[in-house]
Design a protein around this ligand. Structure first.
Ligand SMILES: Cc1cc2nc3c(=O)[nH]c(=O)nc-3n(C[C@H](O)[C@H](O)[C@H](O)COP(=O)(O)OP(=O)(O)OC[C@H]3O[C@@H](n4cnc5c(N)ncnc54)[C@H](O)[C@@H]3O)c2cc1C
Ligand code: SF4
Length: 405
């Protein structure tokens, strides 16, 4: 922990209009939590944090605090902002394993949750606490979604997911792993089998492709596919990463930890989309950032680029000059993800937009009666806290729906 959290809490001014809280996507009651912490009411504070955000301990670790709470703390205008996330992490970490499932009144209604990422976990926890019998259907062999298979262990220890598994057990949530809905089982089968309502939190797992020659060569991989199972990919000493978003930064930092010595990240534009914090960590690890290069094809020797023509905003508007081969042992394409289309293709009346994102109304109900959705499957790749916030609204709408049906 970089700062002593008691000293940190004592610096908070308990602002009447807390800018930290206003800029938190899930409106964490920051000054109130800090007051409780100062009064040594750690478990009460933990309960309040958990009820507002069941993934508080995760968000305290992986949120972009510089763009949210810390970045807007009033003290940051003249000196160092309060680093609330360290206090939040301490409180929520202490609370998580002491969580008790108490006073639950059973509703005798079954709910199916597709996916166990942040949105699916949030809906499952809220509905189980409210007496619904929840079953999670998860395509992978463990829970967590991108928390387990995307975000690297050195940024988010996976032990936290084992603790969430235990919490789900305490709540009586059933988990069917290695079960893809839209494969052998479909959403219609869930209604047939008596589920009153279905939540889709299936995320965005299909890598975006470049649509250029060479993408299927053996020295090429997609960022999310690499991160999913980095131990089992053979990485050479020189790696070229196409893309400069946050996922590309995680790929760069991961390949260094698997023996790469020279790691280059390429952007076709004059700037990057990753947060400055993620970029600075990748830079400290030794990554090299190369701007204004448009990839035109990939060979077994490495990627081939042309120079981008940039407009005044630094956006690439064309290419010029000769082709240039950059020698690399591996090429990893990390230019974002889109949702897979299995659920839409296998379910009548479940509609997506042109980008394959599920269409929902303001209550997060999809175009299919009784089927709700939130998270990356609806927004495209975003963040944990945004997925949790939307899932909270979806869970409330599902309860309202099930009261009436
Ligand atoms: C490499 C990487 C790093 C990231 N770093 C951060 C970060 O530092 N901070 C941050 O806030 N956000 C980060 N994000 C984004 C964040 O992880 C996602 O926004 C968030 O996980 C989305 O949650 P979700 O529940 O919508 O989907 P996901 O986490 O994608 O979970 C979806 C789940 O559904 C399952 N599933 C999919 N289809 C089916 C099906 N048909 N049947 C059954 N199960 C299915 C999947 O296996 C998965 O477990 C990162 C993302 C990546 C890829
Ligand atoms: S803005 Fe900073 S000082 Fe004010 S309540 Fe939030 S954390 Fe405390």
């Amino acid at each position: 922990m970089p700062l002593h959290i008691e000293t940190e809490a004592s610096r908070c001014l308990n602002c009447k209009v807390p800018m930290c809280q206003k800029n938190c996507p899930i409106s964490t009651p920051i000054p109130h939590i800090i007051q409780m912490f100062k009064e040594n009411k750690i478990q009460e504070a933990g309960k309040e944090l958990f009820e507002n955000n069941p993934l508080s301990v995760v968000c305290a670790t992986v949120c972009n605090h510089e763009a949210q709470c810390a970045g807007h703390c009033i003290l940051g205008r003249k000196s160092t902002p309060v680093q609330f996330y360290n206090i939040e992490h301490f409180i929520s970490d202490s609370y998580l394993s002491r969580f008790k499932a108490q006073g639950i009144v059973k509703k005798n209604k079954k709910v199916a949750v597709i996916g166990s990422g942040p949105s699916g976990l949030t809906v499952s926890i809220i509905l189980a606490q409210n007496g619904y019998d929840v079953t999670i259907f998860e395509r992978k062999n463990n829970i967590g979604g991108m928390l387990r298979y995307g975000i690297p262990e050195f940024r988010l220890p996976q032990s936290v997911l084992e603790r969430y598994h235990k919490l789900l057990d305490k709540l009586g949530v059933q988990i069917r792993l290695n079960t893809t809905i839209g494969g052998a089982l479909r959403i219609d089968n869930l209604f047939r089998d008596g589920y009153s309502s279905v939540f889709v939190g299936s995320g965005a797992w299909r890598p975006r492709t470049l649509n250029i020659e060479g993408e299927s060569l053996p020295n090429v991989n997609f960022g999310i596919s690499y991160l999913e199972n980095s131990l089992h990919h053979v990485i050479g000493s020189t790696v070229a990463i196409i893309g400069m978003g946050n996922v590309a930064m995680d790929v760069a930092r991961t390949v260094f930890r698997h023996g790469a010595e020279h790691v280059m990240l390429f952007s076709r534009d004059g700037n990057a989309t990753a947060s400055s914090q993620e970029m600075s960590y990748a830079k400290l690890d030794g990554a090299e950032f190369i701007y204004g290069k448009q990839i035109v094809r990939i060979t077994t020797e490495g990627p081939v680029f042309k120079k981008s023509i940039l407009n005044e905003n630094g956006e690439s508007v064309g290419v010029e000059g000769e082709e240039e081969l950059v020698k690399a042992d591996n090429v990893i394409i990390a230019i974002s993800q889109v949702p897979k289309d299995k659920l839409i293709l296998s379910t009548d009346h479940l509609e997506g937009n042109a980008k394959g994102l599920l269409i929902v109304d303001d209550k997060y109900m999809t175009t299919h009666e009784g089927v709700f959705a939130a998270g990356d499957a609806v927004t495209g790749p975003l963040t944990v806290v945004h997925a949790v916030n939307a899932a909270k609204i979806a869970a409330a709408s599902m309860m309202e729906y099930m009261e009436k049906h």
